[in-house]
Write a protein that binds this ligand. Sequence first.
Ligand code: SER
Length: 324
Amino acid sequence: MVLMSGDINRILITGALGQIGSELTVDLQKTYGIDNVVATDIKEPKDDLKGAYEKLDVLDQDRMRQLIKEYDIDTVYHLAAILSATGEKRPDLAWNININGFCNLLTVAKERNVSKIFHPSSIAAFGPETPKINTPQETVLKPRTIYGVTKVVGELLGNYYFEKWGVDVRGARLPGVISNVAPPGGGTTDYAVEIFYDAIKHQKYTCFLKPDTKLPMIYMPDCLKAFKQLMEAPIENLKHHTDYNLGAISFDPTELVAEIKTHIPEFTITYEPDFRQKIADSWPKSIDDSAARSEWGWSRDYDLKAMVADMLKVLGERYQRGEL
Ligand code: SER
């Protein structure tokens, strides 16, 4: 095996206009230089996006190859994906984007010597048989959503390409990501973002999960920190590659509401659980991320209190500016 791991010089991001991509693009531009980051997505770019942007459907392998060649890309953050709730409505689409899109990237990466790939996995890789409290790194992976199935296959494919072809694919099992720039779309953890927008705009929210549904979550600044720490970790320190458990905050809607009420006392919530409840019930409540801590130095900065305070501050300012 020829190990292709190297420095991060020229980066391409897929799904760059999504929830994580929107903030990761700016973060990577700051870290590695605006001229070294190429944002791609299937959608039209937003007016305020700075730096290189190219339209890319991840199912179009030729276009992916052309862009990776044209920009001399050595590192790809592959974020284009269909999330859990949308996946249950469109399983064919979820498989196509999440697996065939990733296979396209792996094929081109091997051909073109792209040395590093970040491919996110998810808490959705787990299933009802997995221990729910402090879910171990090595455990049962029998997801019941098509999204979860694609995440397990993605972890295995990434590991296969690493071991067989030396493509340095890295990834973490992301908890629900909470953010205030671009909204998430089609996920089961989306309630934990929507609730803030509704708290600020209407002081009330109708939640699609039950009040005691505890799930692992992470605030975006910590998520971006994790990406950077994992991608920059010396390869000799990594015993795992594509499947790191990542923990940050665990809470249920009741605990989140109590914290929001310390800032907005008049805030009220009602509960109307839908099909996403079953998905959430199959996922862990908390995560053992000791491998990430010991192998690449992971630790969170934001607990529930700090995350809620920052979300309300940032979204409150956006509301004042008429952006929400
Ligand atoms: N946030 C994702 C979802 O809810 C989980 O990875 O689908």
